[in-house]
Design a protein around this ligand. Sequence first.
Ligand SMILES: [Zn+2]
Length: 291
Amino acid sequence: MYAIGVDIGGTTVKLGCVQDGTGIIYRDKRQSPRDPLVMAQTISGMVGVALRRFPGARVGISCAGSMDSQGRVTASQLGWVAAPLGALLYEQFRRAVPMENDAMCALAAEHLYGSLKSCQTGILITLGTGIGGGLIISGSPARGYMGLHGEIGHMITHADGRPCSCGQLGCWEMYAAASKLREAAGGMSVREVMSNVRAGRMLDIWNNYVHEVVIGLSSLMMIFAPEIIAIGGGLSNAGGIVIDAIRAGVSQTSAFNTFNPFTRIVSASFQNDAGILGAAALAAMAEGEGQ
Ligand SMILES: [Zn+2]
């Protein structure tokens, strides 16, 4: 079985043709157009080329930002406020194309095939430019009212702290996103920071950063008592040292010792491909529903 997943990010649009859930057997990539119409045309063109090789494959889309039930997308990464992408895609494809927020797509991929597979209560955290992710509750992705997804990175961890683009003060991602580690290290890349940490340097900056990550995780553990927390995003590419440090920090928290001595901290399974895999899963599910 083939399904096509399209992952719209702030800089690139990536397409993957996925076989049996996780095998990406064809890829394509373009720069992200800023104009929503050009975006819809670009996606249509990429999908058209893929369909010539994989005729009949269904299509699903993962998109940065948030979208309403009419497919209007608001995404700061793309400079969009209520951009009518769903309607523009409908014109191109002459049918509704299933579309979902990128965090929810990544969560679906991890839950169906990866680190959160078969879990009843789990949390995915992606440490990147911001903090994304989502929750599995009672074996399903958790949703808010009208299908809205929550914003885990905008949990406040510092009362009256740094101003965030969302309008709040002291959001978790203002302290614990991977970009904040880079800032604290004077603009050094995450790779450079981590090679310093491995050599025993910059430990103040590193320990402080891990502490900020753990503060948020301990609140989530207190509320949700998860069996697994999966860590993804750019920082987790740095390997076991990141997971080990977070695991060590979490094991010192009251949340872990008092309520959740069972919570496992693991690496997310699908780093850069989570959006494609989640979007392809969305396409396969939509087909199952007869849409
Ligand atoms: Zn915020």
